[in-house]
Every structure is written in structure tokens, then in C-alpha cells.
Design a protein around this ligand. Structure first.
Ligand SMILES: NC(=O)C1=CN([C@@H]2O[C@H](COP(=O)(O)OP(=O)(O)OC[C@H]3O[C@@H](n4cnc5c(N)ncnc54)[C@H](OP(=O)(O)O)[C@@H]3O)[C@@H](O)[C@H]2O)C=CC1
Ligand SMILES: O=C1OC[C@@H](O)[C@H](O)[C@H]1O
Length: 415
């Protein structure tokens, strides 16, 4: 098991197999010499026959040159604008500070480039509405725009959702909890994540994952934020963004959800890693009658461990509590059945007819779907559409407003 995990890390993140490139491979340009691009695009592209990372641009040309040399990227542009004007580039990957996502996504779409846009898509819902409803995205040959919620493309997350939404055994959602932690010190003090002016903050960054998990599980939007607590303790910054946030939501149907995101965890970090110890997402479903038998019910609980980096390791726990009642309503018998599952690739019976290897990272699964969308193929059927990205930003804004924190600033850029 440890050897298999090491192999998945090596092939998925360190040295993926080198694919022979197709003649019509999509040529990507990177806006910014970011820390995340090697994991999210450069390494996955190495293994994909239809993707070439062809160019990079940074605010400082010498920085872009050093980055290009390190990552074997053939073209260097002196500015983001120059890269967008390069006719040999088909698509761009935008991993800039969140405050610049809106502007550079719009500029890229205007240059007729497909856009893989890091999460969160924008600074707030106002920007997201303008971006995802923009006329540049309409029409038969419109470029593709995707908010890079990579974990959603991995078979493990989709398997987890299928157990949550399995109508034969799962009642309506009662409660969801989702949590993400990073230990204090991983993110340096001068990081973009701590800056309000760059649309940073725990909710914008790591918190956007649990919130998106919650929204997919509930299949309805949180209409009420019952409680929010945040931690802002970077005294040196004049306008710091929160380092940690927890929030509790309620939907119209009465389901509740709780998220935790801490970018600088100290004491609770180890506590946050129970058992084998990974961040998790857990769902309790309502008790549900089985078939026509009024006296038989099942109540399901589903947990996924490490859903953000599942190719490293993950586990899906499905616990069904069965109950048989007497006709007078008294409980006659109850028992539990548990299953522990994994899904590094699509199951053949899934019917998606898509490819994948056990070592494929969430980023490679995502990239494959991005390519499929551009090429007009069905692919796995997993996608994050513009409406979803807008609602995600709505939920973020709602949370900040309830906390009495400011919604992140709106860009003045117009097109
Ligand atoms: N999907 C995932 O797993 C992850 C996603 N992300 C997302 O990716 C984005 C970038 O994160 P990350 O790679 O960690 O960040 P980095 O700080 O490493 O990269 C950000 C890039 O933005 C550019 N930039 C442009 N303007 C500014 C500015 N005013 N201040 C600082 N940088 C600027 C810099 O490019 P230049 O080279 O031109 O100087 C820099 O390379 C964020 O939106 C984040 O949420 C981050 C980590 C993981
Ligand atoms: O996956 C991630 O890990 C670390 C975070 O800070 C980052 O932005 C996020 O996307």
C-alpha cells in the first residue's frame, strides 16, 4: 500500500510519463510564474498527449526566463498582455492573486483564448456574474472558461457523491461538515493569501473547497448563515484577511452544513487528523424507508477522507444503520453495515467510458476534461459551469456579510 502511494506521488506529481504530443495539442500559456502551476498544469501536461505548456509570462521578464528554464517552457513573454497577443497560444492558465482573476480572465477571453481559471473564480459575486455572463462566452465557437475546482474531477469525489445521492438507500441530506487545515508556517507571512486588497482570506482560499463540497452535497444553495467565526491575527498588515473561518449554514429545506478552513492551524491541527488522519467531508442523511416496507429503514452516513489530494490516499466510508420497527412503532432490531471504498480510476460499470490511471492527480483529471470540452467530447461528464461558479461566489459573499467582514473588493476593469 505504501509503495503504491509512493508510485502515485512520483508519477502524478514528480515525474509523470512523457506523452507523445498530438499535432493538434492545445498550446497553453501561463500568466504568472506561480507556485501552483507545476502541480496544477506543468506536470499533468507532461503526461497528456493533447497539451503542451508552450509559454510563460511574468511581471518581471528575468523571473519568467528562470521559470521557463526550470520547467522547460519554450517561449517567454515579457508581459501577460504579450502572451495574450501570441497567436500560437490556444489557452491560458490563470494562477494570479484572486483580485486579478476577473480582469485577466476577461482579457484572455477577449483574445479568444480558452481559460483555466484558478479558484476562487473572482473576488466576489458581482465580478463572477459579469465574467460568466459575458457575451464573449456566448456563441458556437466561444472559448471555454473553467473555474479550476480540480478535486471535483477525480473519481473518488464522484463516487462519494454517488453514495450521498443514491436514492435507493440515502434519505435527504440532514447535515454536512467539511474541513480543511494547513499547519501554521506553511504559508509565509508575505503571502498573497493574507492580503485583503488581493482578495485573500481563508474563505477565499482553502475555505472555498469545503463550501463547494457543501453546495454539491446539498444540491441547493445555503440561504441562511447561522453563525460565522473568524480569526484575524496578523497585526503587521494594515488590512489583513482572515486566517481561519468556520461557518454554519441552513438551506430552505432545513438541511444544515458546517465548514472549517484554517490556513495557520496550531493546536487543532493534530486533532483535525483523527484515525489515519486526513481532512474530511462527512454527510449525515435522514432515515429512509426501504422499498415498500413501512417498518424497515436505513440511515446513511458517508465520509470521504482527503478528497482534495485523493491520488495520494483517500477513503470513502459508507455506514448504513438499518432499523426494523414493530407495527406499533417500537424498534425491533437495528444493525450497522460499513463499507470502505476507494476510486483512483473510473469504475468500468460507471459507464463514463473515460480513461484514467491510478496515479492521475485531480489536476490531470481536470485537465483531461478541459481538453475534452475544447474538443467537443463528452468526457466524464464532470464540469463546473458558470452558474455554479457564480453561486459559489454568492455563498462566499453571504458568509463575509454575516461575519461583518468586507466582501472582497471589486475590480474596476471593464471590457
Ligand atoms: N488549485 C490548487 O490546488 C491551488 C490553487 N491556488 C490558486 O492559485 C492562485 C495563485 O496561487 P499561488 O500559486 O499559491 O500564488 P503565487 O504567489 O505563487 O503566484 C501568484 C502569481 O501571481 C503573480 N502576480 C501578479 N500580480 C501580483 C501581485 N500584485 N502580487 C503577487 N503576485 C502577483 C505573480 O506572477 P509573476 O510571476 O508575474 O510575478 C505570481 O507568480 C490563487 O488564486 C490560489 O487560490 C493556489 C494553490 C493551490
Ligand atoms: O489546494 C490548496 O492548498 C493550499 C491552499 O492554500 C491553496 O490555495 C489550495 O488551493
Amino acid at each position: 500500500m505504501a509503495f503504491a502511494a509512493l508510485y502515485r506521488i512520483y508519477a502524478g506529481f514528480i515525474n509523470p510519463p512523457q506523452a507523445k504530443k498530438e499535432n493538434d495539442a492545445i498550446r497553453f500559456g501561463l500568466l504568472g510564474a506561480s507556485n501552483i502551476a507545476p502541480f496544477a498544469l506543468i506536470k499533468p501536461a507532461q503526461a497528456h498527449s493533447e497539451v503542451i505548456v508552450a509559454a510563460v509570462a511574468a511581471r518581471d521578464r528575468s523571473r519568467a526566463e528562470a521559470y521557463a528554464k526550470k520547467h522547460d517552457i519554450p517561449i517567454v513573454h515579457a508581459s501577460y498582455e504579450d502572451l495574450l497577443n501570441d497567436p500560437t497560444i490556444d489557452a491560458v492558465y490563470i494562477a494570479l492573486p484572486n483580485s486579478l482573476h476577473f480582469e485577466w480572465a476577461l482579457r484572455a477571453l477577449n483574445a479568444r483564448k480558452h481559460v483555466l481559471l484558478e479558484k476562487p473564480s473572482c473576488s466576489n459575486a458581482e465580478e463572477a456574474k459579469k465574467l460568466f455572463n459575458h457575451p464573449l462566452l456566448k456563441g458556437p465557437n466561444a472559448p471555454v472558461l473553467l473555474e479550476a475546482f480540480h478535486y471535483r474531477f477525480h473519481p473518488a469525489w464522484q463516487m462519494f457523491l454517488s453514495f450521498v445521492h443514491d436514492e435507493s438507500m440515502a434519505g435527504p441530506v440532514k447535515h454536512v461538515s467539511a474541513e480543511q487545515y494547513l499547519p501554521k508556517g506553511v504559508i509565509p507571512n508575505d503571502d498573497i493569501r493574507w492580503r485583503y486588497d488581493l482578495s485573500g482570506g481563508a474563505l477565499m482560499d482553502f475555505g472555498t473547497y469545503p463550501l463547494s463540497c457543501l453546495r454539491q452535497i446539498l444540491r441547493e444553495e445555503p440561504t441562511e448563515v447561522l453563525q460565522v467565526k473568524e480569526r484575524v491575527d496578523l497585526p503587521s498588515e494594515s488590512q489583513p484577511a482572515e486566517q481561519a473561518i468556520t461557518a454554519t449554514y441552513k438551506t430552505e429545506s432545513g438541511a444544515t452544513g458546517h465548514i472549517v478552513a484554517d490556513l495557520a492551524t496550531t493546536s487543532s491541527w493534530m486533532k483535525a487528523l483523527p484515525g489515519f488522519g486526513w481532512p474530511k467531508c462527512q454527510v449525515e442523511l435522514e432515515e429512509k424507508q426501504i422499498g415498500d416496507d413501512k417498518n424497515r429503514t436505513v440511515q446513511r452516513k458517508v465520509t470521504i477522507w482527503n478528497h482534495i489530494v485523493p491520488s495520494l490516499y483517500h477513503r470513502i466510508d459508507v455506514e448504513n444503520t438499518h432499523k426494523i420497527y414493530r407495527d406499533d412503532g417500537d424498534l425491533l432490531k437495528t444493525w450497522k453495515e460499513s463499507q470502505f471504498l476507494k476510486a483512483y480510476t473510473w469504475a468500468p460499470e460507471d459507464g463514463r467510458g473515460v480513461t484514467g490511471q491510478t496515479w492521475w492527480s485531480t489536476y490531470l483529471y481536470q485537465l483531461n476534461e478541459f481538453v475534452n470540452k475544447i474538443k467537443g467530447r463528452d468526457g466524464s461528464g464532470v464540469w463546473v459551469d458558470g452558474e455554479d461558479s457564480i453561486k459559489q461566489m454568492d455563498a462566499i459573499d453571504l458568509t463575509y456579510l454575516k461575519a461583518g467582514l468586507k466582501v472582497r473588493p471589486t475590480s474596476t476593469f471593464e471590457l
